[in-house]
Design a binder for this molecule. Structure first.
Ligand code: NAD
Length: 499
């Protein structure tokens, strides 16, 4: 028999948050004793006090990570042993799924059923997948002359700093923790100050699973304090960063100003969704774009926020989108049935409403939405919003809004569609919709983006790389390629004397 669904409101009221950092296998207060208050965007309730990490806290965490790496308590284990520990970690994540989902929803506002079915599930799967992979990867021997043997091996980098955003707090962390830990590194994770709760629990669960003390540390705090200290640290070998292009730029500067640590940036997006008039099922394209755009409150790096539609099918397409959008109207994130939840905080809500004003002022036509919603709850909700008659030089077409706002642009022919789609500083994802197989391939090749979808937008799997062209970043999360980021390539030459 299925277990009855938890009463999420009762569970939320009963929660007691431990906001202390996690260093050297223990919960610790910040060195200064300072905290910051974390409130929930769903209704403004206070969730708890969180340790405010600064340079001294980062120094302690990095020292703990370095000590763990230096004595090889983790890196020195056989890959099969690391696999077993990380598999147990994934099992512990699944066993704690209700608690983790609740923390994620209260912290950043997404509907509970998605925290549970998407975020927790993908986090566990990511850890389990890298665990499974690590004892199946072989190193190489180069095809040299018989007088020598050249081994090409991969070694862990050492101490990896991980800095992540708040939109998928656990998944973004797992995409880096999975390969970094499986490869034998020690990690210091700095979650977003807007969503620190699940990161702290993940570190406890990893310890319970048998990950040695000091291998996985978490220092919560603000970006310009804990984040900057980590990225400037002289004893951090690499930074796995996911966040805005603005901060990604700083990450490169910090590396230049410190020890030239490797910086892997996974940044923003303004993904183009291109619908041609030769795609017969306009309705399916329109329903897909609404679902993908408004999922996670529009707070997805790969949200298809620039929708390019051939002028012949634009009216029909907009009719369907206008009917679909209200189905994503925000509701109570703890109800288990809301399609959209709260934006992460008041600042983000104001930013999104500011872009909605800008769209109207610059001459785009508001098709639906455009208002704050559920203000009486004390939370930060915005209606699913669609603009059309957007020009690609408007701010709502050029800048990442990171909220539930779709910009629809009309085009006349294939060349124009490709030119508009590529006229962006971003290049994270794109999508082309056409029943003409030649056109679909031609346009997919022409689009400058790390991932291109054809006639769908939903496919996603840990087996494929995820990352951007241009100012959407330089790294690739997911798949076996992610190991490249957290390992050094070593060449070892051996001389073989003739008998
Ligand atoms: P953000 O750049 O403001 O913050 C990301 C992280 O960096 C947070 O932990 C923050 O505390 C930290 N940070 C901020 N300032 C810093 C500084 N000066 N030094 C060091 N660290 C600092 O981004 P956000 O608002 O949390 O997240 C939204 C952004 O993330 C969007 O641009 C979105 O597209 C992007 N994102 C990208 C991907 C991807 O895979 N490409 C995935 C999810 C989100």
């Amino acid at each position: 028999m299925n277990k009855p669904a938890p009463d999420w409101h009762a569970a939320a009221s009963a929660l007691r948050i431990d906001g202390r950092a996690f260093v050297g296998g223990q919960r610790v207060a910040s060195a200064s004793g300072e905290t910051f208050t974390k409130t929930s965007p769903i209704d403004g309730r206070v969730l708890g006090e969180i340790a405010r990490g600064r340079t001294e806290d980062v120094d302690r965490a990095v020292a703990s990570a370095r000590a763990a790496f230096a004595d090889a308590r983790w890196a020195g284990k056989a890959p099969a042993a690391r696999k077993k520990t990380l598999q147990r970690f994934a099992e512990k994540i699944l066993a704690a799924k209700d608690e983790l989902a609740l923390l994620e929803t209260l912290d950043m506002g997404k509907p509970i059923q998605y925290s549970l079915g998407v975020d927790v599930a993908a986090t566990a799967r990511t850890i389990a997948w890298y665990a499974e992979a690590v004892d199946k990867i072989y190193d190489e021997i180069a095809p040299t002359a018989a007088s020598a043997l050249a081994l090409i091996t991969r070694e862990p980098m050492g101490v990896v700093g991980v800095v992540v955003p708040w939109n998928y707090p656990m998944i973004m962390a797992a995409w880096k923790l999975g390969p970094a830990l499986a490869a034998g590194n020690s990690v210091v994770l700095k979650p977003s100050e807007k969503s620190p709760l699940t990161a702290l629990r993940l570190a406890e669960l990893a310890l319970e699973a048998g990950l040695p003390e000091g291998v996985f540390n978490v220092v919560p705090g603000y970006g310009h304090e804990a984040g900057e200290a980590l990225a400037l640290h002289m004893d951090v070998d690499a930074i796995g960063f996911t966040g805005s292009t603005r901060v990604g730029r700083k990450m490169l500067e910090y590396a230049g100003r410190s020890n030239l640590k490797r910086v892997y940036n996974e940044l923003g997006g303004k993904s183009a969704f291109v619908v041609f008039d030769d795609f017969a099922n306009t309705e399916r394209a329109a329903k897909t774009v609404a679902g993908s755009m408004f999922f996670n409150q529009g707070e997805s790096c790969n949200a298809p926020s620039r929708v390019l539609v051939h002028e012949k099918v634009a009216d029909r397409f907009l009719e369907v989108v206008a009917a679909e959008a209200p189905k994503y109207a925000p509701g109570d994130p703890l109800s288990g049935s809301a399609e959209m939840g709260a934006l992460v905080d008041e600042g983000q809500m104001k930013t999104v409403l500011g872009y909605i004003d800008a769209g109207a002022t610059e001459g785009a036509r508001l098709v639906t939405g455009g208002q704050r919603a559920r203000a009486e709850t004390g939370g930060f909700y915005v209606q699913p919003t669609v603009f059309e008659r957007v020009r690609n030089d408007m701010r709502i077409a050029r800048e990442e809004i990171f909220g539930p706002v779709m910009s629809v642009i009309r085009f006349k022919d294939e060349a124009e569609a490709i030119a508009i789609a590529n006229d962006s500083s971003y290049g994270l994802q794109a999508s082309v919709w056409s029943d003409n197989v030649n056109r679909a391939h031609r346009v997919a090749r022409a689009l400058r983006a790390g991932t291109v979808h054809v006639n769908q937008y939903d496919e996603d799997d840990i087996t494929v790389p995820f990352g951007g062209y241009k100012q959407s970043g330089n790294g690739r999360d997911k798949s076996l390629h992610a190991f490249d980021k957290y390992t050094e390539l070593k060449t070892t030459w051996l001389r073989i004397d003739a008998a």
